[in-house]
Design a protein around this ligand. Structure first.
Ligand SMILES: Cc1cc2nc3c(=O)[nH]c(=O)nc-3n(C[C@H](O)[C@H](O)[C@H](O)COP(=O)(O)OP(=O)(O)OC[C@H]3O[C@@H](n4cnc5c(N)ncnc54)[C@H](O)[C@@H]3O)c2cc1C
Length: 424
């Protein structure tokens, strides 16, 4: 085998970094290495919703069979368009609530650590360097997947500010959304007999319990043989948007704090919360929409590029799309001289979609917490939820990939087309 044409250093072994490495390692002309700050791959947080759009890409990447194995089969809805994505209830009252909207469509839920295990199992040996924290970079070829606190994005936008003005500084750091969230996994067996021998509906249905400035999202997932319910309980104060939030952004929380936050909510919710014995508490940050993802030979993907609030459950999906599109563009290169155009084509296509999801993720929090300008009129809130989620089913990720390839071809044609006087 000859020398590789491209050497790519990936900073960060989260979902985006591993997806990119798996996709690129198929190409013998590309040499990839991953530098991960931690001593092993790990995911904090538990479950993850995967929209059909992302599922399609996972299949295009050749990971469909492995992926199917980790989906909770009782919730395997991915290929059945009429099945339930989420059931929405108004729950911020003592009395038992009822459903006000049901979102149907294809989707799947998985355990994050299992998804990471699948990706890690597909990596060629010897390409991962653990305990390798990147502090800064020089402009050599690399991809930055180091999460929402990305030191590389910080450097990139500091550099751009020095060159082009201080307005670039507002993209350096993530900002607090004004939302915090309690997260936990509850073993399904603890919810098997909650009232009159009946199991809790969260064991089988995916639920969004809505209330003023708060909402709770639950869905069943599987961790090996263990069936569990993933719970994320969010509390928002939007007047605090972009206020400074001191570290730590993630901490263990006393259960009493969680119970107090939702004390007036319906009995179904109380049944869940009393089983969240050791919740973690997350300050939810997002990025201001970046004007660019690449500078020189350095490119951002995943949360480093478009870290979003979790209310659409789509951040990891967008990271996977980044990796898919970028790897297909990089695979077209026959020498390093076209890297600039490749990164421009990636940015041209991915910036629009990823920033759309970033903005709508924040807006979705407003809608489910009755603060989205639609008031508390349930029919209107339901219609708006449907409108927000339509994008995932009605857009084609492979079409986006093709658009990126076509755009690259047009950039390269422009570059190499003979100038008009040379045509004579
Ligand atoms: C409460 C919550 C619920 C969510 N639910 C969903 C969901 O249902 N569906 C969905 O699609 N998304 C969801 N998301 C979003 C999803 O978790 C993220 O978008 C996704 O994990 C981003 O992956 P990443 O690889 O870009 O970043 P990360 O997962 O943050 O990985 C970054 C990696 O880089 C490493 N690193 C950092 N700095 C350095 C450095 N200097 N040098 C070397 N390595 C470094 C880190 O150790 C880490 O391994 C949710 C997020 C939250 C907070």
């Amino acid at each position: 085998m000859g020398q590789p044409i491209l050497n790519i250093a990936i900073c960060g072994g989260g979902i985006s970094g591993l997806c990119l490495a798996v996709a690129l390692s198929k190409y013998p002309a590309i040499h990839v290495e991953i530098f991960e700050a931690a001593e092993r791959f790990s995911e904090i947080g538990a479950g993850m919703l995967i929209w059909s759009r992302t599922h399609k890409i996972i299949e295009l990447m050749g990971l469909g069979t492995l992926f199917t194995e980790i989906i909770d089969q009782s919730q395997y809805t991915s290929k059945q368009p009429s099945s339930l994505i989420f059931e929405y209830r108004r729950s911020d009252q003592h009395e038992e609530a009822s459903q006000f909207y049901q979102l149907n469509g294809p989707s799947a839920c998985v355990h994050r650590a299992q998804f990471l295990d699948i990706l890690a199992s597909q990596l060629p040996p010897g390409i991962v360097h653990f305990n390798s924290k990147l502090e800064s970079y020089t402009l050599s070829g690399s991809n930055r997947c180091d999460g929402i606190k990305s030191v590389i994005r910080q450097q990139m936008f500091h550099d751009l500010a020095k060159q082009f003005g201080d307005h670039y500084l507002k993209y350096v750091n993530p900002v607090w959304t004004g939302t915090t969230a309690y997260r936990a996994l509850i073993p399904v067996e603890q919810l098997a007999n909650v009232s009159n021998g009946e199991k809790h509906m969260a064991c089988t249905n995916r639920m969004v319990y809505c209330g003023k400035n708060k909402h709770i999202n639950t869905y069943p997932i599987r961790d090996g043989d263990l069936a569990m319910v993933n719970v994320v309980a969010s509390c928002s104060d939007r007047s605090k948007l972009e206020e400074f939030y001191p570290e730590p952004w993630v901490r263990d929380a006393p259960q009493a704090e969680l119970l107090a936050a939702f004390e007036n909510w319906e009995p179904d919710v109380q049944q869940l919360l009393i089983r969240m014995s050791k919740p973690t508490h997350w300050a939810i940050h997002h990025l201001r929409p970046l004007p660019q993802f690449a500078n020189g030979r350095v490119v951002l993907i995943g949360d480093a590029a478009h870290g979003a609030a979790p209310h659409l459950g789509a951040g990891a999906g967008q990271a996977i799309e980044d990796a898919y599109v970028l790897s297909n563009l990089l695979a077209t290169m026959s020498n390093v001289s076209s890297l600039h155009q490749v990164l421009e084509a990636y940015q041209h296509v991915r910036l629009t979609s990823a920033i759309h999801v970033l903005k709508e993720s924040y807006n979705m929090g407003h809608i489910t917490e009755f603060d989205g300008g639609f008031g508390e009129e349930m029919a209107i809130v339901g219609a708006e939820i449907s409108r927000q989620c339509m994008w995932f089913d009605q857009t084609d990720p492979d079409g986006e990939n093709q658009r990126a390839l076509d755009y690259l071809a047009s950039l390269l044609k422009l570059e190499y087309e003979p100038k008009s006087e040379e045509c004579h």
